[in-house]
Ligand binder design. Sequence first.
Ligand code: PHE
Ligand code: ZN
Length: 857
Amino acid sequence: MDSPAHLPVKRLADYRPPDWLVPAVELDLSLDPERTLARARLSVARRGAHDRPLRLDAEALTLLDLLVDGKPRPFAPASADGELVLPIAGERAVVEVLVELRPAANSRLMGLYASGGMLLTQCEAEGFRRILPFPDRPDVLARWRVRLEADAARFPVLLANGNRLAAGQLSGGRHFAIFDDPWPKPSYLFAMVAGDLACRRDRFVTASGRTVDLLIWAAAGDIGRTAHAMDSLKAAMAFDEAVFGREYDLDSYHIVAVRDFNFGAMENKGLNIFNAKYVLADPATATDADLDAVAAVVAHEYFHNWSGNRVTCRDWFQLSLKEGFTVYRDQLFSESLGSAAVRRIEGVRALRASQFAEDSGPLAHPVRPELYAEISNFYTSTVYDKGAEIIRMMAGRLGPERFRRACDRYFAEQDGRAATVEDFLAAMAAEGLDSGLFARWYRQPGTPRVTVSLRHDAASGTAELELVQANPRAGPDAEPLPIVFPVALFAADGTLLARDDGLMLRETRTRIRFEGVPSAPVLSANRGFASPVIVAPRPSRAALSILAAHEPEPLARYEAMQQLMLSALIDAVAGDDAGFGEVLLAAGRVLEGWADDPAFVAETLLPPAEALVAEAFELADPPAIHAARERLRRALLAGLGDWLWTIWHACAPDGADRSGRAKGLRRLKGIVLSLLMARDDQAATAAAFGHYCDAPTMTERMSALVALSHSNAVERAEALQRFHDSYADMPDVLDKWFQVQAASTRPDTRAAVERLAGHCAFDPRNPNRLRALVLGFALNQTRFHDERGHGYALLSRHVLEADRLNPQSAARLVQPLTRWRRLVEPFGGLMRAELERVAARPGLSRDLLDVVTTGLR
Ligand code: PHE
Ligand code: ZN
């Protein structure tokens, strides 16, 4: 993502170490939603020999007092915005500041803000400067001591990072608590919470025998739904000890659930703050997928304690150093919980849907960007998920033992420091990785394409494979990447003829010869999705059918089935449905295995999403894609209907069973139901409604509701009404009600979304609700793209409204409008015009302007 010319940018090349360090901070917050006073003493120390002033970042602060070594310093204007520049004569000084804050009026959810009656902070990436003038950069690590003071009745619970040293009552109904964090940390990891919260307590004994108190805080009525989060936390702690040798390092670990939060969760040292939807989840109110997401996010934030907190980032260009690595770590954790293959399939599907799409659009950027205008816009799928894929490749090259040693080395060498991607690569290199090559992956935007061609010579019984890599998005001179690329050759009857598991492409062009290949083989390339690349050309449907039937590697078999459906869909978009026959045959064979591996069958049978089909076209035609996919679904129903009904009746998982098998059965049953509902049919509708009413868990309830949501049956309205009435007082569950209606393929969906935006439970200040309804609609490929551009206009109205409240939220919401270059007319032109209207609006936030101007280029 190159940044707009008229927004100032920061460049990696301009990085300079800090001139001044802050060895210690004492912060005293006298809390009140209307007027909070923040008083701080910063001990500052000159770093190196220079005469440059101390520079403190400050944003939207009302500064009341400023002293250096006890002497008042003039400051003008009273509201410091941007930077405070303080010339200091000596080598050390004490800077004292007094700031006034208005948390109740802070709708950005950055800095100190209010949510559901509590007060809390969010500082990553650059939020601390909205609390205090400070060198708000990750390479300034301080020892923190924090005192909180608040009304004891309204805010009985006071929390901050580290250990609580003291607490007590004060006059006037107020109370206080003092905290000390022994681990030096940058300002983005600071956090505090004050509120009327209940808590679930547990404990964990570390490998070296220390007892850690675990506390999950939420509103009293929600505590019952925090058991799964607690179990996940304990499992994650045990996993990090067993697999990475990482122990926890404080006496207590807190997780706080909040309703209003911009992201998923935040890894503040010892005091994680979570979007409530990643804490509150039990089988009655959350689907299996939600429960898995909770486990993954809890683990992710916990793993940050080492990859992020003990070793932090030198600057924000290094964001993937902590995020990509931590995603890889949380993926390993999730893969250890159930079927690793199914987990990986879900991960690869998500990567294709979000990261490949990002990399092929205007917001594409390297995993380590070289410049940015607004760092908040770089918490992307590329930094997180592609970053994780790079680490996965490196780990695969090294193998588990050497990778573990390399990680140990990285943590040991960098502990307590602010590190770079190079530091990580150096640790990998010390264990023998060709890290100079892998460094290239961090520098190039775009998804590389590997073009394969296979020539078979029957006379000599040899096959010659040629592989050519290209990454046009990275420019003509882009260096070739190290592409881990396992391949295998199969005979038409499925016999494995040859394989190369260790193949890695290093050059633009690679040739390999296979001996002992008597008949024309079928190639299975990039087996196991070893590298995040696109393989071209797509194999013939005959070849894909062979692989879908015989590939022993589950991910490769899944891929073959998905590619087979994709190939048939691409032809169908052009009006030729002839490929459906081969899909039916292959799908029938896949279905035979449903009782053995229901989860795998479910994933494999689900036709590729419309957005994914769109990615296969230079210019996509969303209504034609939708129509083609609907015809495929109906063909599957027509050809396999009896089978599907048999499975529907036979598949009866126990609602209390959370095993991989039971989850797989529920998933399969949901996908079978969606296929049965491919036509508005009485029997299917009745089955769906019955499934809704008798659902033992939210997983069944949601698959029934989703299936009904697209239909015209009377049961649809009835199910929606019941859902609303059952969950009206559970915001995280009610979000599903908004989202399901926004995602409906019915022609009246846009009107429904307009109506829901006026519903008394819709609140654009709440990011979860806004996303459920408005992003839910923008991702609805069928109804977002209408021929008059009304869907785009609806989105831009919400974006502009959101921008006045919460720029980060607006900057994410607008992203579907940046896809205009990849759409046929009239959609492309209408979308571009809408984006231009947004860009032309005066007074846009920096966050939003950054995305829209980049999106217009
Ligand atoms: N660092 C958080 C995570 O990935 C994400 C986050 C970024 C949360 C910015 C809040 C604000 O775990
Ligand atoms: Zn993270």
